[in-house]
Ligand binder design. Sequence first.
Ligand code: G6P
Length: 610
Amino acid sequence: MCGIVACVGQASAKPILMEGLKRLEYRGYDSAGIAVLNGQGMQLARAVGRVRVLEQSIDGDDRFEGTLGIAHTRWATHGGVTEINAHPHNDGGNHGIVLVHNGIIENHTALKTWLGQQGHEFASETDTEALVHLISELYEGDLAAAVRAALRQVEGAYAIAVMCKAEPGVLVAARRGSPLMIGVGPEGYLVASDAQALVTHARQVAAIDNDVVARITGDGFVTADLDNAPVTAKLQELDITLEQIELGAHEYYMAKEIEEQPVSVARCLRGRMDAKNGRVVLGGVAEHARTLVRAKRVVFLGQGTALHAGMIGARLIEDLAKIPCTAEFASEFRYRNPIIEDGTVVIPVSQSGETADTLAAVQEAQQRGALALGLVNVVGSTIARTTDAGVYLRVGPEIGVASTKAFLGQVTAAVLLSCYLGRSRVMSEEQAAELLRALETIPTLLEGVCADGDHARAVAQRFISRDNWLFLGRGYNYPVALEGALKLKEISYIHAEGMPAAEMKHGPIALIDEGMPVVVVATRNSQYRKVLSNIEEVRSRGGHVIGVITEGDDEAASLCEAVFTVPDVPAPLQPLLTIVPLQLLAYHAALLRGHDVDKPRNLAKSVTVE
Ligand code: G6P
């Protein structure tokens, strides 16, 4: 969704901000803007479309020289995609206050009405403009004080960066809900909604907490709550490197991230298991071991891909630890007055650690007494800091909007956690050892599966003209079918539906006509025979089956128009392999249809509004 980058210090702001905006592009956006403050006043430029359009519009324009600036990528929520609605927004020239904002100001209508009565005129349709005018209305010579006063009246979620003509060296930043951090580097200070935007210029970062306002100059920063009581922001070393977030020789981040999966899974496993002795070591969770042994119910929470990983997690926990477990859309869980009994553990799953629905659901569950364990990728993210404990995915930054390596990290972490819980309750050392020995082989097996791109391209080519696809699976592979369909929709814009293979008969079978592509995950496991029957049902209606099957399975192969093969592994680990061909299929289908797979239309990498 929207992205913020701002800086103040010794270096020229424009190149830092433009680079930051480019690094934020992956989040999804529809317009961009920049403002720089210097001796000649406030310079502001906005453009609809890509960051490069904005860059070209101010290329060589000396008026944008200066060492203090703010910039933004916008993903429209209130008001259409227009230059006027793009950020930064200003206070109509009143005090020369300029602001960028992520999130939603929920009481913007009431604020605009009141501000209108005070004589303010609004240029855009955005909620954000209410906030910049409110700050302006309350400004009495101290920008940080005006921001604090304004935010006391604001409802909703926000991350903001603000500057004011009368205070040329001062950058003010604040947040509630939407992520924001301060970066410290040799040439000054930065503010960004995402560590990726700071990586070139900052060595250390400090997260800004909810309802905290930071006043930042070239010499340092101070943080205080909305009543101006001092708050300490803890600086930490930045944990991502430039190499991790650069494309290198790859054409797209999604391709890079699919290829990285063997290494990502190996990193997620490293130091966390002792296969020989059937032992899982999860430092972050250990202090809650006594509570977990007594857990009566587990609920995974997530959205999108993360929910699909949670659905696999729920099966794992029931299978291996014998605790009743479900997975739910965080957005639904939160608003249905959930019953949290004693002994309930919630497990939010999130790549970004910032998804607003997931965060809100966890907070709701915690308030009702649940223990929360996070499966989160981004270290220090809001969900990671909100949960009581957790298991970091350690798959490295994921930039492609369509999640791939994070999904594998989420499933791997869920296997580890299930095995950990299982060992403390019902799993024997031998059972755990057997599963962990198989888990240990996954990174090597993934190398072969991830290298199947040429074959995936050929298969995609055969079916690329078809606009409707079905994805079927059972048991552990049912969430894989959902995830495969989601990948195809997200980046190729082909209509795809995933479902349990048996459910097809209860309605969707009516859709099958001659040549319809039906992707079926049919690896060898306890439901294998049933899935073969479902394949027959598809074939007899003219559907063309693309099978994901176990290596050497000639019987299944003979029923399919096209096959992807994966090595044989125990059923609980199969999703770690069976999803990969579906990622590759979606990737190549999108390329064949001429789409930018890293910037799919309408999508945001991290959805920070409900
Ligand atoms: C967005 C992304 C999805 C992602 C979902 C959850 O919708 O486009 O790819 O799966 O959010 O994101 P999270 O960061 O919580 O895993």
